[in-house]
Design a protein around this ligand. Structure first.
Ligand code: HEC
Length: 90
């Protein structure tokens, strides 16, 4: 293996890791979203919504800007994880 190839592999590895941290953890989100599934069927209720849209919706729910049937308290990390889960639960 030449030096350039090694550099490329290392660089792409670093990108993957930082991407995961930013995007939220769908597996953790599945656990955190258990209380939401009582009312929500993610594949139906959030169909077609992107991670960004889900994040924005949850932030406005938590801040009280958007009316929601149940008061929910979620940290930014919870929101990122749940958004990742809802966006993949199709
Ligand atoms: C007691 C029932 C209930 C529970 C529990 C519940 N929700 Fe909801 N949620 C609703 C209802 C009802 C709506 C409004 C649906 C509508 O009128 O379109 C809603 C709407 C939403 C929306 C807005 C979707 C959009 O179109 O923008 C999001 C996001 C959401 N809920 C996330 C959550 C999350 C995350 C949890 C768990 C922390 C949760 N909900 C728990 C009843 C619930």
């Amino acid at each position: 293996m030449n030096k350039n190839m090694l550099a490329i592999i290392l660089a792409s590895g670093a990108l993957t890791l930082s991407g995961t941290a930013l995007a939220g953890d769908a597996a953790a989100g599945a656990t955190k979203a258990e209380a939401c599934l009582e009312c929500h069927e993610p594949a139906e209720d959030f169909e077609g919504m992107t991670v960004d849209e889900l994040t924005a919706s949850m932030k406005s729910i938590v801040s009280g800007q958007m009316k929601h049937k149940k008061k929910v308290t979620l940290s930014d990390a919870d929101i990122a994880d749940i958004a990742a889960y809802f966006a993949t639960a199709k």
